[in-house]
Design a protein. Structure first.
Ligand SMILES: [Zn+2]
Length: 560
């Protein structure tokens, strides 16, 4: 009897202990799945369809199949502003906001107050740190009006969280890392070094200096660039290798494999950006940042923002249907798999969260479209400025009413308009209204133009709501133009060869959005999501405040 009693008590105690245990597990599960490290990956100029079009080139151990298979993919993610370019893209991803609020309405814009062209991360008050290239380091996030998710992480952790930005492009590193970053580093094509600016620090940290000393670019050049997959994969998935409409980057004759990069060793550090080795250089820098800054090894969450720029350089030169592009993505897939392995081994599996997206997608090369009977054309923004000024020169002998045409936006010279409107000429008063009307009726006759929109009076134009929203989201009085030229599908301003992006069309604005790791569900969604939803979703995952200007929503399906 005593024995039975004892067993009864024991089993009660065991059950109680189990219950306690279950409770503590339960409370752990309901508390946020806080990652030790967030890795933000932006692939510059990645079209969403590359995830699927190039599937046969991706390895089971590579990055894309792991992120797709074990993580969450938002398959209908779009950009909701204009122009769809790098500066605006990185700003939107990390602020959850749009150019009308965050202020980065392009890579460059005409500043209506300063009356000059500005570069999105230009800051003439700071200096280069890490090389002798003077202009390469006159950069900071000061033109960005709002906070980033990385800023909010710094604030939420009382500045204990470490935030580092890394990219070949300055803007791909600076805008993601935010205002309060511990460091942002980018590639100086003159010296082959990763550099920063005095905005962040007076001298490079030891891990960046050690990385620069290794002169990795030369060892990548020594490998040259040849196909990484079997040849039949290129012929079945791509256009021909040599095309007259591709740009000649590596010599004056060829646009086909193999490329002799060894010729540039010690001479020209700019070429690496046009090869997949630019991605490998960045992955190596990322590993050194994790080691050097002990990212993921603190009591609070750290953040590493990486932006792979080489896919954009390769895209501009060779286009989305080139062998170079397929080879880039096949190698990037391997490099990303390699980075995930590294994170598993250092930070620990499921202890970090990754998201992967793009700052914009990209169009097919116009001549590639045309040879396949698809609509396309080339346009030159620069020529249009002179043409437009020519109209007024002829009628009124005034030659400078248009100050700039940039990213399909026409900027008027408002000082000159104020002056000339006082004088009524033989053709009546030349006021802003009349000038806009004259420009619009001139441009609308052009074969490649679909619409010309008065940006301050968007409701005047019959316009699909989607385009109206995108233009509304982009208007900032100091940095925007007066009229927006909406080109027909497939038309772009991109020189004589290669391609570009920047338009509202799906080929420029449909981007991948993959999530993976701590706190992330496994699955996929075709629900329409927006680039501006990324930062609010991260804020929810991390249980921190959204960036100050965020207008996106939390994508709840993604989160556990
Ligand atoms: Zn680009």
């Amino acid at each position: 009897m005593k024995k039975i009693m004892l067993l009864y008590v024991l089993s009660f105690l065991t059950a109680f202990a189990f219950a306690q245990n279950n409770n503590s597990t339960a409370s752990k599960n309901t508390s946020p799945d806080q990652p030790k490290l967030v890795i933000g990956i932006v692939v510059d100029q990645m079209r969403w369809d590359y995830l699927y079009r190039f599937q046969d080139a991706y390895q089971p151990t590579g990055g894309f199949k792991r992120l797709l298979g074990e993580g969450f993919t938002c398959d209908n993610t779009f950009i909701n502003y204009l122009p769809s370019v790098t500066g605006a893209g990185h700003a939107c991803i990390y602020t959850g906001s749009v150019p009308a609020i965050h202020g980065i309405n392009g890579n460059n814009w005409w500043d209506n107050n300063l009356k000059k062209m500005m570069y999105c991360v230009q800051d003439d008050s700071v200096k280069t740190v890490g090389s002798n290239t003077q202009d390469a380091g006159k950069m900071s996030p000061k033109n960005l009006y709002v906070t980033t998710i990385t800023d909010e992480l710094r604030i939420a952790s009382n500045f204990q969280s470490k935030v580092i930005g890394l990219s070949i492009k300055d803007r791909g590193s600076i805008l993601p890392a935010g205002h309060a970053a511990n460091g942002a580093y980018w590639y100086d094509a003159q010296s082959g070094n990763f550099i920063t600016s005095t905005y962040y620090m007076k001298a490079l940290p030891e891990w960046v200096r050690a990385l620069n000393t290794r002169k990795l670019v030369d060892s990548f050049y020594a490998k040259n660039w040849d196909l990484s997959l079997s040849k039949n994969l290129y012929t079945s998935l791509c256009d021909a290798d040599e095309n007259s409409y591709e740009s000649k980057i590596f010599d004056t004759v060829h646009t086909g494999f193999p490329y002799q990069l060894a010729l540039f060793t010690g001479k020209d550090y700019s070429k690496i950006a046009y090869t997949p080795y630019g991605n490998d250089l960045l992955v190596e820098a990322a590993k050194k940042a994790i080691e050097g800054e002990q990212l993921g090894n603190h009591t609070v969450t750290d953040f590493l923002a990486i932006s792979f720029s080489s896919p954009d350089y390769i895209g501009h030169a060779f286009g989305p249907n080139s062998w170079e592009m397929l080879d880039n993505y096949s190698r990037l897939d391997v490099s990303l798999g390699n980075l995930l392995d590294y994170l598993d081994n250092t930070v620990g599996k499921n202890k970090y969260t990754v998201f992967l997206t793009a700052d914009h997608a990209g169009a097919h090369i116009p001549e590639y479209l045309q040879k396949n009977k698809l609509p396309a054309g080339r346009w030159e923004d620069k020529d249009i400025k002179n043409e437009l000024n020519g109209i007024f020169e002829k009628e009124y002998s005034i030659s400078d009413l248009v100050t700039a045409v940039n990213d399909y936006a026409v900027y008027l010279n408002h000082d000159e308009i104020e002056y000339v409107k006082q004088f009524a000429g033989p053709l009546g008063k030349l006021d802003e209204e009349k000038i806009k009307n004259m420009i619009t009726s001139y441009l609308i006759k052009k074969e490649m133009v679909l619409q010309v929109v008065d940006l301050k009076n968007l409701n005047r134009n019959p316009l699909p709501q989607k385009i109206r929203d995108m233009l509304n989201n982009s208007y900032t009085p100091v940095r925007s133009g007066d009229l927006e030229i909406i080109m027909k599908s497939g038309v772009m301003s991109s020189g004589k060869t290669g391609m570009t992006h920047g338009a509202w069309y799906n080929y420029d604005t449909h981007i991948p959005l993959l999530w993976y790791g701590a706190g992330i569900n496994q699955g996929h969604s075709f629900i329409n999501t927006d680039m501006a939803d990324i930062a609010p979703t991260l804020a929810a995952l991390l249980h921190i405040q959204m960036p100050s200007g965020a207008v996106g929503k939390v994508i709840t399906e993604v989160l556990k």
